[in-house]
Design a protein around this ligand. Sequence first.
Ligand SMILES: [Zn+2]
Length: 215
Amino acid sequence: MFLDLLGALLSPDRCAACDELVPLGHAFCSCCAASIDPAAFPSVLPVPTAEVGAFGGALAQAIYRFKYGQRPDLARPLGNLMARAAESLGPVDLVVPVPLAPTRLRERGYNQAALLAAQIADHLGVKHDPFRLRRVVETSQLAHQGEEERRRSIQGAFACTREVRGRSVMLVDDVLTTGATLGACMEALEGTRAVVVCVAARVERWSSPPGSLLT
Ligand SMILES: [Zn+2]
């Protein structure tokens, strides 16, 4: 707590979307927070799914800055919000991020899902393993493909690097759109006792995000 207060004095918390100063521990200023809506429709995935909100407004802005604005520090406020949303999913043994394609990892310098998974695991007091899944097929052009094409090309794109049998796993990604990527990760985790999913935002059918956000 003392370190938190000291940190707040030295580097006060700022809104993840607009950089306005915010009270300690707040991810968004009140104006940006008001633009975040809960997801209105059921998840496209066949497993329990938690999210901070529907993709849009300040939440989309924060995710965009986090992924494309070289702001890995935004994993902390976003991850903490996701961890709070994930509490409704019940306890898990392990938190596993969706792996990033090697070319994207080289471009960006960090896997945004792995940073979120680390923050969530820390918040929930459970283990995380950024290397439990790996990409075995390069799928960097997915953003430009249609839904069915995406689903086909991502099948079998992931492999599990170590046995997960009998454990319950929380899969983490930044944005859930068609569910093709997370569905392929779930296949790779076959044998797991239970899989739940936590994302920062869920794109709902009626909203269309910029294509670049889908990768
Ligand atoms: Zn703001």
